[in-house]
Design a protein around this ligand. Structure first.
Ligand code: ADP
Ligand code: MG
Length: 433
């Protein structure tokens, strides 16, 4: 590392970055960085070292470089980060750690100061900063970034890292969605499945899984922002799916046909899932949702997908309400769909929600999902949940889950000819990963 004047040429910090941070937050050149990482991934250590490196490498003398570490509370910041800062700067000649002020002063005059709690925001107003870390962002005041820290970074074009562990659908999630659409930001999502045993041993992860509720594990270790607080139907099955890396790239096998399964959007959403069967496995390759559009919109879209994807359909699975006659036309939706689709339209007989959910859980155990194309559908399956009265909440998640259920129950009604051979698909999926 190059050192500013007055320091030895080479300073070796006692920090060895974990590989998943070395190639993400330590490698990016972007000014704004968002990172969501699981508990104990080593975020705080990595962020403290980012500030130390930046402070050491900043050549400006006047005014002296200033960096801030912002945490949720004064005590927590002091207990955790202060110890890391002292440890990782101990080898730097001439460095001073001012206990009373929770500030590290570098020989060149640069400082890193810790801030925590509501009072800290008042102290930060109006100062300049060369870089800031906002750690445990879900626990910070939602306005800490925009109205306090961001203005401090304007004078010297300072950088910022917003970091945390998912805490559900909150301001941290909102900022992630915004950052994903903004090229000025780099967004990193580090799940327990990405860190291998570098952060936590397999046994430790297994124990945490036993101790935490399934939703908690989804949020805090798998970085899910969709996992609802309680009562979700498929959390266990979806966690298993993710831990086994069955959410990946799954392209359609062009030698095999595709089945669709539908929910007719009587309440909120019109939903169509697309899947292929490979032996006992189900490969979910695409997901469509919409509202307020004619059935022909969806059949056109399916036609387009088949044409661009180079695949054929085998059949379309519809829920039993497809048979209901519409008063305006005197015809059923089934009648309309038969006119629009070239392949067989199969009505899946009515079944109890409980039976359908069991079938869906069993199907999830042998399912693979294309990460990109089914992202939204999977998020909906995650948030499909039962309300206080014990029955499923009728929302968009239910529409996606109902279509999925129709597929899982209805698949038994389709003959298995012209489906993919599992070996071939497995090789294809492996080759893609
Ligand atoms: N690069 C590293 N080298 C050695 N130990 C590390 C490293 N990063 C983190 N740790 C250790 O892992 C544990 C969790 O780190 P921490 O940064 O507090 O995690 P997080 O903030 O993600 O919950 C701590 O005991 C910390 O000392
Ligand atoms: Mg931390």
């Amino acid at each position: 590392m190059n050192a500013p004047d007055g320091l030895a040429d080479e300073i070796v910090l006692p920090y060895k970055p974990r590989s998943y941070f070395a190639c993400t937050i330590h490698a990016t050149r972007k000014r704004w960085i968002f990172v969501v990482a699981h508990r104990r991934a080593g975020k705080t250590v990595a962020l403290a070292n980012t500030l130390i490196k930046a402070a050491l490498e900043n050549p400006r003398v006047d005014p002296p470089p200033r960096y801030a570490y912002v945490g949720p509370s004064f005590d927590q910041t002091k207990d955790l980060v202060w110890a890391y800062l002292k440890h990782y700067t101990a080898n730097i000649p001439g460095v001073r750690c001012l206990e009373g002020e929770l500030a590290v002063v570098f020989p060149g005059g640069g400082t890193i100061r810790l801030y925590g709690g509501a009072l800290a925001y008042e102290r930060m107003r109006g100062i300049y900063l060369d870089g800031a870390v906002l750690d445990e962002y879900p626990l910070l005041n939602p306005r800490a970034w925009t109205s306090v820290v961001r203005p401090c970074l304007a004078d010297y074009r300072g950088f910022a890292i917003v970091s945390g562990t998912s805490n559900g659908d909150d301001h941290f999630h909102a900022l992630k969605l915004k950052a994903e659409d903004d090229p000025a930001w780099d967004v990193f999502d580090v799940k327990i499945t990405d860190t291998g045993s570098e952060a936590l041993s397999l046994e430790e992860v297994q124990e945490m899984r036993n101790d935490m509720s399934a939703d908690e594990f989804a949020r805090e270790m798998l970085n899910s922002f969709d996992a609802p607080v309680e009562g979700a139907y498929y959390t266990e099955a979806l966690n298993a799916l993710q831990l086994q890396n069955r959410v990946t790239k799954v392209a359609p096998d062009l030698n095999a046909s595709v089945v669709t399964c539908w929910d007719l959007g009587m309440r909120h959403l019109q939903v169509v899932w697309l899947f292929q069967m490979a032996g006992r496995e189900l490969h979910w390759i695409d997901y469509i949702e919409g509202r307020g559009k004619a059935l022909s919109h969806y059949t056109d879209l399916l036609g387009l997908k088949a044409k661009t994807g180079g695949f054929r359909y085998k059949a379309h699975l519809l829920p039993h309400d497809v048979e209901v006659r519409e008063l305006a036309t005197g015809h059923s939706r089934r009648h309309e769909l038969v006119g629009l689709l070239a392949e067989p339209v199969i009505t899946v007989p009515n079944h109890s929600t409980e039976d359908g959910i069991s079938a869906a859980r069993a199907a999830l155990g042998v399912s693979w999902f294309d990460e990109e194309a089914t992202r939204r559908g999977l998020a909906r399956l995650r948030s499909y949940r039962r309300g206080k009265s014990g029955v499923a909440i009728a929302d968009e998640a239910e529409d996606a889950a109902d279509a999925f259920r129709t597929g899982c129950v209805g698949v038994a009604m389709i003959s298995s000819t012209n489906f993919a051979r599992p070996g071939r698909l497995r090789r294809r999926i492996r080759g893609l990963v």
